[in-house]
Ligand binder design. Structure first.
Ligand SMILES: [Zn+2]
Length: 125
């Protein structure tokens, strides 16, 4: 049990509590709803509860973090057709059938589309 004391400051951190609460609501909502809908419901309900019963600074910081992640993920995706999650998995997306294939693949194993050549990991059309 001694080792768990290292985690104590983390659990006392309100920002951590905010995301923990949000994750729990998200898990619950995901049972009944689509993942995206569940995300919006959990983030908004957590924000409302926090504003009502706790402090207004924590949700502000949390939304700053969420927006930061969104810009890192959505901006490169929209302008450079670069998908961060695909990149981390070492994959690219086939423009013909939208399957995820290994980034070194010359031919799509699903629809036999041949890639022009120098695609990089994370690329998608
Ligand atoms: Zn394909």
């Amino acid at each position: 049990m001694e080792d768990l004391r290292v985690l104590e400051p983390l659990f006392k951190n309100t920002l951590f509590q905010f995301f923990l609460y949000m994750a729990l609501v998200q898990l619950l909502a995901q049972v009944f709803l689509d993942r995206r809908v569940a995300f919006w419901i959990s983030s908004f309900s957590t924000t409302v509860i926090w504003l009502r019963y706790f402090d207004p600074i924590t949700p502000l910081k949390a939304w700053g973090l969420i927006l930061l992640v969104f810009t890192f993920y959505l901006f490169p995706k929209a302008f450079f057709h670069f998908n961060l999650f695909l990149f981390l998995k070492g994959r690219k997306r086939c423009p013909e059938c939208y399957s995820e294939v290994h980034w070194k693949a010359k031919k799509c194993p699903f629809c036999a589309h041949s890639f022009k050549g120098a695609e990089k990991a994370g690329e998608e059309e």
